[in-house]
Write a protein that binds this ligand. Structure first.
Ligand SMILES: [Mg+2]
Length: 243
C-alpha cells in the first residue's frame, strides 16, 4: 500500500490507542520481564519445552497478566490455583506468578526509563492540532506509570487500563469490552472511531467492537497475522499516518 492510500485518522471521531508497542516500546520491557521470570520458573519446576519469545506473542502479548500466565502454563499442561490479585509475588498461584513478573517489570522501567516512539508522538501532535479526541486502551495495570515515565500522561483524557478493567469486571482483549468502554468514556461512537493496535488479541478486540478503522502496527507480530485478526491497514510506524 502506498503512503497516499493510508487513511487520515483526523477524519474519525476519536482514535483509541493501545499503549505497549504502539505508543511506547514497553513491549521490549515486558518481553524482558516475562522471559526473566518464566526462565527462572521453568528451571525451578523443570518445565519443558523451554520458554521462547514465541510464547510471548502466542500467550502473553496484549492479554491481562493473569490470563496470560494461565494461558502459557496451560500450553505446558500445568495447572496451578488461580489465587488472588493480593497474593505476594512469591505465591505459586496464577496471580502470584503474574505479580512476580510485574515486580521485574517495574524494576526495569524505573531503572531504565522509557521514551515514546517519535512517530507516535508525531501522530499525537497531528491529532491534537486537528482536535481529534484520543484515548489509551491498555490491558496493563502499569499504564499510568508508563505514560508518566514516557511524558505522555497529559495528552489523554481517557486512560482505559487494566486497573479499571479489573475494578469494573470487563473482559480481557480479545473481547471488545475495553474498546467499547473507552469509547463510552470519551463520549464517541465506536462505529465512527479508529483503533491502533500491535497485538493479535488487541486487533481482534477492536474489530469485535465494530471500530470503523483498525490499524495494525507491525512490531514483529507480522502484517499477515494482523490483517487476518481484523486489521484494515498495517503500518510499521505511526509516522506513516501523519499526512
Ligand atoms: Mg500492545
Amino acid at each position: 500500500m502506498t503512503a497516499d492510500a493510508l487513511p487520515d485518522l483526523a477524519a474519525y471521531d476519536a482514535v483509541l490507542f493501545d499503549l505497549d508497542g504502539v505508543l511506547t516500546p514497553t513491549a521490549e520491557v515486558h518481553m524482558h520481564a516475562w522471559r526473566t521470570m518464566f526462565e527462572d520458573l521453568f528451571a525451578a519446576w523443570q518445565i519443558t519445552p523451554p520458554y521462547t519469545d514465541r510464547d510471548y506473542f502466542d500467550h502473553l502479548d496484549g492479554k491481562k497478566r493473569y490470563d496470560g500466565v494461565a494461558s502459557l502454563l496451560r500450553s505446558r499442561d500445568i495447572e496451578v490455583p488461580w489465587g488472588d490479585p493480593a497474593d505476594p509475588p512469591t505465591a505459586d498461584t496464577v496471580c502470584g506468578i503474574g505479580n512476580r513478573k510485574n515486580e521485574v517489570f517495574s524494576r526495569v522501567l524505573r531503572a531504565e526509563g522509557i521514551a515514546p516512539y517519535p512517530g507516535s508522538v508525531a501522530l499525537l501532535d497531528y491529532l491534537a492540532e486537528r482536535g481529534t479526541p484520543v484515548a489509551v486502551v491498555s490491558s496493563s495495570k502499569n499504564a499510568a506509570e508508563v505514560l508518566a515515565v514516557a511524558g505522555l500522561a497529559s495528552r489523554f483524557d481517557v486512560v482505559m487500563d487494566g486497573v479499571i478493567a479489573e475494578r469494573d469486571g470487563l473482559a480481557s482483549k480479545p473481547a471488545p469490552d475495553v474498546f467499547l468502554e473507552a469509547a463510552r468514556m470519551l463520549g464517541v461512537d465506536p462505529g465512527r472511531s479508529a483503533a491502533v493496535e500491535d497485538a493479535i488479541s488487541g486487533v481482534e478486540s477492536a474489530a469485535a467492537g465494530g471500530l470503523a478503522l483498525v490499524v495494525g502496527v507491525d512490531r514483529g507480530t507480522g502484517a499477515d497475522e494482523l490483517r487476518a485478526a481484523g486489521a484494515h491497514v498495517v503500518v510499521h510506524d505511526l509516522a506513516e499516518l501523519v499526512p
